[in-house]
Design a protein around this ligand. Structure first.
Ligand SMILES: O=C(O)C(=O)C[C@H](O)C(=O)CO
Ligand SMILES: [Zn+2]
Length: 278
């Protein structure tokens, strides 16, 4: 488990490229037959990827020890979106078939969560976020058709995209975690521009569906003090409350956003006018 401390905006603005990447970028999410895990002190979100290939994978009691509990989800909830081939998540003996771009919410208190792929040649890639929880809500699979979806933007501003809200109050109850997947149309490159910050929550962006030649310039920093991170396929960025989060790709791409914090109102954003950005 990697730990990332919280970071003050005054400190962040002094960092060079390597230090910005060390603080905010998660470079490797998927490693065959194991899980990756980054623990952020920002709202104590956990971010990671699970890629079972030749064997199933579980987040075992070693993580419970690191978190000071008996098992991973003793005091946490979990959201998973599969960005690979079809797979199965076994939650305390119930098997959930999770296909590409389908999600599973797992409530606090589930003791055994085992991830496997249906086909080693096309392994599942389970991207996950986990947040501290205070009660158990029912586990639920969410398909793309069941997500709450909105298409917005247009070709003239190169930001035509569909926001698929998988884990949001309209679809299912959770303690604090919300997650969704935003898909840019061919020829569209910008996400979340005009951009915003979130005084009352943090957010993580996970970029995928990109070929080797594609990169996303992820915009971050305070609106008057912007920086960028060069992000490649299947990498994630931690975005503290004070930071804008937006990106422009050299080609279209898809990304998953996950949020935790004070409330679950999707539109609770502090908008920034493009003319005010520096
Ligand atoms: O394309 C977008 O715009 C988004 O997907 C925005 C994110 O969902 C977000 O930043 C929510 O706060
Ligand atoms: Zn946001």
């Amino acid at each position: 488990m990697q730990v990332r401390q919280s970071i003050h905006s005054d400190h962040a603005k002094q960092l060079d490229t390597a230090a910005l990447r060390r603080e905010f970028l998660i470079e490797t999410l998927f490693t065959a037959d194991t899980y990756t895990m980054t623990y952020s002190h920002t709202d104590r979100i956990i971010i990671g990827g699970i890629m079972p290939v030749t064997q199933s994978v579980t987040i075992g009691s070693e993580v419970g020890k690191q978190l000071g509990v008996s098992y991973f989800l003793e005091r946490r909830e979990l959201g998973v979106i599969n960005v690979g081939g079809p797979g199965v998540i076994d939650v305390d003996g119930t098997q959930w078939e999770i296909g590409n771009q389908e999600a599973l919410y797992v409530g606090m208190g589930r003791q055994s969560v085992i991830f496997s792929s249906n086909d080693a040649a096309r392994p599942a890639k389970f991207y996950y976020n986990s947040a501290p929880a205070h009660r158990t809500w029912p586990d639920k699979k969410i398909t793309l058709a069941e997500a709450s979806s909105t298409t917005l933007g247009d070709a003239a501003t190169s930001n035509r995209r569909t926001i698929n809200k998988f884990i949001v109050p309209d679809v299912l109850p959770t303690c604090q975690l919300t997650m969704g997947l935003t898909r840019l149309e061919e020829g569209s490159l910008w996400n979340t521009m005009p951009c915003h910050t979130h005084e009352r929550r943090m957010e993580v962006y996970f970029y995928f569906d990109m070929d080797e030649e594609t990169a996303v310039f992820h915009m971050m920093g305070q609106p008057q003090e912007t920086r960028h991170l060069l992000v490649h396929n299947e990498q994630a960025v931690i975005s503290p409350s004070w930071s804008i989060h937006a990106g422009v790709g050299t080609k279209r791409y898809t990304f998953i956003w996950g949020m935790v914090g004070e409330n679950q109102v999707f539109d609770d954003m502090d908008p920034v006018q493009i003319g005010d950005l520096r």
